[in-house]
Ligand binder design. Sequence first.
Ligand SMILES: [Zn+2]
Ligand SMILES: [Zn+2]
Length: 204
Amino acid sequence: MLAGGIDVQASSTHNVGLFSVRPIPAGTVIWLPCPKCSRWSTEEIAELPEERFAALDKYGHLLADGSLLLPCLGAYLMNHSCEANVLDLGLDFGLAVRDIAAGEEVTCDYATFVEDEGWSMECNCRTASCRGQVTTAQGADQRLREQWRGRIDAVLPLVASVEQPLHDVLAGLSTPYRRILQGGSAIAEVASGASVCAPAFLTL
Ligand SMILES: [Zn+2]
Ligand SMILES: [Zn+2]
């Protein structure tokens, strides 16, 4: 599921991407895997022709149970940036880790999709900290995780005070979100083991 006010537009680094149509304050939840997202089970994946799987895996990501999830409402079109403005470490949703201006591209870090073992891509994000090759193995890199943690912890206290377009869905699905609203202000306090690769609804 994707927050409203985000639109598909031509991207300078990719064919298309997601762009905010109005300013989005830091601490806003941008997207989360939800039961309305399209999902293919391991059995269904096994029956897909190779090219069809490759196309789906390009836009979707694998979950902890081996299924493939294509995030709904166009969220699957979010591009990668090595300086992503949306991060999800320790959370089961993507969080804006800084203010996003109107017209700015909304990006996440594909290295967090750790269940896509062995996945990699040539990056062309043109940011100062571009890693060149982006791999899901980088999702286990301690230095990178510390950077993500610092950026997320810095904005977690804002989550309860900014308008949350996805509040109702989050309150129903996300333990970390509920813990933040109860005063949790650091990943270490709010993490439940759920992630964008292991959303809690998988076990419902
Ligand atoms: Zn969804
Ligand atoms: Zn890059």
